[in-house]
Design a protein around this ligand. Sequence first.
Ligand code: GAR
Length: 227
Amino acid sequence: MNLSLDKKTLDKSFNYIISPEISEFRRFTPKLKIGVLASGKGTNFQELINLSKKRELDIDIKVLITNKDDAGCIRRAESVQIPYKIIRGKDFSQKELFELEIINTLNKFDVELIVMAGWMKIVTPFFINKFKNKIINIHPSLLPAYKGGTAINDSILNGSKITGCSVHFVEEEVDSGSLIMQAALSIRDDDDIESLSKRIQILEHKILPQSISHAGFLIRSNFMENY
Ligand code: GAR
């Protein structure tokens, strides 16, 4: 499989289904304040930066939190002066204290929505209950299939013919919260983890911003009701 194809060509070279269908982004005035949690390369984070810069998605990325010193998302934040904080699990004697540091940081930046974009730490009910219905996560499988940290590899090893990605609200059971959006694609006979990850990520970059738009709309609606 030719992995040197650029993103646009790759995008046209495979069929996929997205549900619910892609629609126009909701407009947010003032912009939706989001905090991003990421542990990896940060390509999803980059897509959010791009859409925000192009003024296509009305988000204000207030802060990036990562748990890895060498995560690629850090330099992406640096390059556009988004504040970031590295919070390492190993620096805390208890998981609750680690999560408390994250909670305090998110509160300091007064975020309305928390986006887990490749956050590879399981969050506890302590964290989730502080931001009820305000945390969304992207996962590289068609949930409820292939939960956990090795979803793409598992789908190949298991001989699945179809997989995809999902965005869901984060609830207490891991990778089990209410679904917001999913995208499905075929697994090819010659796929390996690299080629399949690449196609899944093209779809992730479509459904994560759409899901933010949807979740933001729900959050702002409640806000208005309670105002
Ligand atoms: C994404 O594929 C996301 O679905 C996955 O991490 C990747 C991060 O990529 N998340 C999980 O596996 C969560 N269980 P990125 O750093 O390039 O955005």
